[in-house]
Design a protein around this ligand. Structure first.
Ligand SMILES: [Fe+2]
Length: 307
């Protein structure tokens, strides 16, 4: 075993204020107290943060933090990077403080996304996660933050990096017509019982991050959040539906940075002892109808906390 989970991500955004309201009032995350203009540390569970939102302006994924058990396993991953000829560095103390982790090795994935392998995250055991919305919370734990879906320049290079070097395992593939005339082959990879922590597709796109998925504990949280998005004019980019491969019941909304957030429930889990890689030709069993994105993205209108 090596990589255990997608532990955290860092986003670079152009509108920090809108992101704070989006994170708290729409997603129901807890944002740590901070000075105006400072990085937003968003809590999803008992960890200090799992999503860091930086005033960077790129409106894309800045880095992904992949978790290992301890310093020994981190050294093992660093050795695999060395053998594969992938440049990497051991984090300075300041970066460890910024990320709230105990040890960290940095490298880049084939598309230049900062990839951080870490151990020993800070757990806020004295302040249990309580959503500012009436949400049951999010499925994290051994399954990590959720999943990210990336657009990549070279799927073979990405497969080599994430599967052969980092040690993620293939869950399945979906080959589908993403847009009329555009056939896309998506690869889904797991590193724990969550069906996938990472998926990627070779596609020219303005952003590397296609979407981030958060999994609610209760199905009604998906419905409530769907209604909240409609009430607050948050663009729903794919309607409610159920995916073929991970069986996630979900919908997609546009974030203030333009990439999507999948809000889901009920994802299938993987048992490596019996898992069989499969291939699908459709993304969804039902629903997930693509909606045109309204530009510019509307401002979140109200600070009302729904109950
Ligand atoms: Fe997804």
């Amino acid at each position: 075993m090596s990589i255990r989970a997608l532990g955290y991500i860092g986003l670079g955004v152009s509108d920090l204020e809108r992101w704070e309201r989006f994170a708290t009032h729409i997603l129901g995350l807890v944002v740590e107290p901070h000075a105006p203009g400072d990085t937003l540390f968003c809590r999803v569970d008992e960890r200090h943060h799992r999503i860091a939102v930086h005033p960077d302006g790129r409106d894309d994924l800045l880095y992904a933090g992949w978790e290992v058990a301890d310093a020994t396993e981190l050294a093992g991953v660093a050795e695999r990077l060395r053998v594969a000829g992938i440049p990497h560095s051991v984090a300075e103390p300041q970066l460890l403080r910024d990320r709230r982790v105990s040890g960290l090795v940095q490298c880049s994935d084939p598309d230049g996304i900062a990839t951080e392998i870490f151990w020993g995250p800070l757990v806020e055991e004295r302040a249990p996660f309580v959503s500012p919305r009436a949400l049951s919370g999010f499925v994290t734990g051994d399954g990590g933050l959720g999943h990210i879906v990336l657009t990549v320049a070279d799927a073979d290079a990405s497969m080599h990096f994430y599967r052969d070097v980092l040690g993620l395992r293939i869950s399945d593939f979906i080959e589908f017509e993403r847009l009329p005339g555009t056939l896309v082959n998506m690869a889904f990879l797991h590193c724990n019982s969550r069906h996938h922590s990472l998926a990627f597709m070779q596609l020219q796109a303005p952003k590397r991050l296609s979407h981030l998925m958060l999994e609610a504990r209760e199905i009604d949280d998906v419905g409530r959040t769907y209604s909240l998005c409609e009430a607050e004019h948050i663009p729903i980019t794919m309607t409610l539906g159920r995916h073929t491969n991970d069986e996630m019941l979900s919908f997609y909304m546009a974030t203030p940075s333009g990439f999507n957030l999948e809000f889901g429930w009920g994802g299938k889990t993987v048992d490596d002892a019996v898992w069989q890689v499969e291939r699908y030709h459709a993304v969804s069993v039902w629903g997930h109808r693509r909606q045109p994105v309204v530009q510019p993205l509307p401002i979140i209108q109200t600070e009302r906390v729904p109950r």
